[in-house]
Design a protein around this ligand. Structure first.
Ligand code: DUC
Ligand code: ZN
Ligand code: ZN
Ligand code: ZN
Length: 469
């Protein structure tokens, strides 16, 4: 194993700075940075075991995708990427840390769910990983368990206002979980959609014979996302707890978050590439192709995208994660032919996030430093991984991507590495591409060849949210 690597001549970009600097990596960590051409940098190159020429390239922190679902059981099937295939695909796309979700089933202890996810992922991952906990059964004993999990490094808990009978928590349960998180330092992550109302609209739509995928978008109304977002914010305020709203797609929901933040509340929002780049036009594709784009919250009409981009620029939205939850079109999405409510919810994307957000830089939506902030630094801080993850600084893990900002690529299922038979971005042309990826100093992608291995990835226990106190 190489112990001393120098990355020379690139433009190092972090959330804070851009600088032409050489990076010295020793024993899996970033040992030092020095101006390119300076005396120390020249001396490192002479003594290095390995030197990588990054001239003309960006040198950026590995991506932190704070929302993935490898092997998630959903609607009688299971997400098609395993921890092995999904983390390899993540590495190909310049992501070096994922935070996946362990799931508590109804009637189980949190511990049972978490242990099951530790077991599934153990020795499988190509990059580092951590867990949030999905809580589907808020009761006295699970509330107590939350305290222990925060101490164990699983410091965030996803609750659902949607999916009555499955993951759903009522307002009383939500309030109690928030109160507990307010006390133990945990962060509540919310799936904010009014699932009780949505289920009524689903039933009515199906009774009218509206069974195509596009009706998934019509019944899951933006108003029911913003109502739930508003309610979650108020409950968090009553509980005195911080709140992180996942997969925000509706402009009205962004408005709720913006108002809360301007009132000074510790409220945070995440959106996903699918809401920034895709729309209800995709859901309406003929021949059941729309099923490829069924996820919840749903894709919205194009007009919502401007509010999401604005939220990312004004920091009223802070994080872009993928909600990577792939289901093959053949045999999985097809379960919902004749009934959109049976289409498993989720899109593949863990491999595409860094590139799509770089395209947003090229298109002028965000700056280069904001790209790194929303995709690397802020998710690491939000979930207690910074500065080990999310930046390039002395002492940080050497999770580094050498990114070619001029390479052209076309996204396709024929060339992607995710274990799913379609791409939500098929045919999309992008400027910029990952060239080389280091994970804790090991080369996992080397000039567009996979050189890592399943089992290299380490489980990372997390601290608590670093935006509080
Ligand atoms: N919410 C998620 O965050 N992921 C998959 C399905 C869902 O509803
Ligand atoms: Zn959700
Ligand atoms: Zn603002
Ligand atoms: Zn999710």
């Amino acid at each position: 194993m190489t112990s001393r690597t120098v990355i020379r001549g690139g433009l190092v970009i972090t959330a804070a700075d851009e600088m032409h600097a050489d990076v010295l990596v020793e024993e899996g960590r970033i040992a030092a940075l020095a101006a390119h051409g300076s005396a120390p940098a020249e001396s490192w190159s002479r003594s290095a075991d390995r030197t990588v020429d990054a001239t003309g390239k960006y040198v950026i922190p590995g991506g932190v995708d704070a929302h993935t679902h490898m092997e998630l059981p959903f609607g009688g099937t299971s997400a098609s990427d395993t921890f092995e295939t999904g983390t390899k695909a993540a590495a190909w796309g310049g992501t070096t840390t994922i935070i996946d979700f362990a799931v508590q089933s109804r009637g189980q202890a949190l511990r049972q769910g978490l242990d099951a996810w530790y077991a599934k992922s153990d020795a499988q991952c190509a990059i580092d990983y951590a867990f949030h906990m999905i809580v589907s059964d808020v009761n006295e004993s699970t509330l107590k368990e939350m305290d222990g999990l925060v101490g164990e490094g699983v410091s965030s808990f996803k609750l659902f206002m949607a999916y009555p009978g499955v993951f759903y928590s009522d307002d009383g349960q939500i309030l109690r979980a928030m109160q507990r998180a307010g006390e133990n330092g945990g962060l509540i992550m919310m799936h904010a959609e009014n699932g009780i109302a949505i289920d009524v609209l689903v039933k009515q739509a199906l009774e009218r014979g509206e069974t195509d995928p596009r009706y998934h978008g019509e019944v899951r109304k933006a108003l029911l996302e913003s109502e739930a977002t508003h309610r979650a914010i108020k409950l968090a305020q009553v509980a005195g707890a911080p709140l992180y709203v996942v997969h925000v797609s509706a402009q009205e929901a962004v408005a709720e978050l913006t108002r809360a933040r301007h009132d000074g509340l510790p409220v945070f929002g995440e959106t996903c590439p699918q809401y920034l780049f895709l729309s209800t036009d995709n859901l309406a594709e003929p021949d059941f192709e729309g099923a490829k784009y069924v996820c919840s919250t749903p894709l919205r009409p194009k007009e919502h995208q401007a509010a999401l981009w604005r939220g990312l620029r004004t920091n009223d939205l802070q994080v872009v994660s993928t909600d990577h939850c792939p289901f093959c079109f053949s045999g999985q999405k097809e379960l919902g032919r004749g009934d959109f409510s049976k289409i498993p919810n989720g899109l593949p994307g863990v491999e595409n996030r860094m590139d799509l957000l770089h395209q947003a830089v090229v298109d002028g939506h965000i700056s280069r430093r904001r790209w790194i902030e929303i995709a690397c630094a802020t998710p690491a801080r939000m979930f207690g991984l910074y500065p080990k993850k999310g930046t390039i600084a002395p002492g940080a893990d050497a999770d580094i991507v050498i990114y070619d900002p001029h390479a052209e690529q076309t996204i396709s299922a024929a060339t992607h590495h995710m274990n799913v038979d379609y791409s939500a971005y098929e045919g999309k042309r992008l400027t910029g591409r990952v060239e080389t990826v280091l994970s804790r100093g090991d080369f996992v992608i080397t000039e567009r060849e996979f050189t890592g291995r399943a089992g290299h990835g380490a489980y990372i226990p997390r601290g608590t949210c670093q935006y509080l106190n």
